[in-house]
Design a binder for this molecule. Sequence first.
Ligand code: FMN
Length: 205
Amino acid sequence: MKCRTGIVLKQEALAFCDDAFLNRFVESIAEAGCPRLYLHARVAVLGGLTPAQNRDIPPLTPEKGEAIKRRYPDLELVINGGISDTDTAQQYLQWADGIMIGRAAYHQPRLLSALERQLFDEHFVLDELAIISRYQDYMATQLAAGVKLNMLTKHLLHSFNGRPGARRFRQILSDVRRLKANDLSLVEEALDALNLHAGELQRAG
Ligand SMILES: Cc1cc2nc3c(=O)[nH]c(=O)nc-3n(C[C@H](O)[C@H](O)[C@H](O)COP(=O)(O)O)c2cc1C
């Protein structure tokens, strides 16, 4: 099951978000045979916040996940919410059975390769050029099938965040005129703006 720590309703603000409620809820799913809980460790405010605001504004309370794990040691607990660096991930893994990463997987995909190295295989390297090259092939087939270029480039935008040239990379990929013309050459040009050699790109994984 995936859930939050509780919900805050307009009428009954506290009825479904205190520890007693969360304990009753977790007990009932554990007793029903649910083996694993993915806990997005914050409440959801219904009727007050948009879905996007609900992913940021209610404060994270990972300690509630830790308390659940202590109380129900046989229930696998996967903690979720706001994990965007390896230190936080490692801290949670001191007590949690797993971590779930949402937005950071998209906004800083290199976090996943950093975690792969730290947790599973210290020699892991990501062949970014091969990945980009496969994606370029995919873009070409999708363009030919009638998909608009901006729908394809938007998933590349954050690929190199934090690296020299990343801003220029995003700027080139956001050129509305060329996007409208479905001009695929702008991807190659954007990659050039990163000014990295193949070896560096691969090691940077
Ligand atoms: C665009 C978007 C759509 C989402 N849709 C769902 C959904 O349908 N069901 C769900 O349980 N969580 C959904 N989530 C929440 C994520 O699963 C996750 O719990 C949340 O983003 C917090 O993790 P993060 O801080 O690592 O992103 C969505 C998140 C985003 C950004």
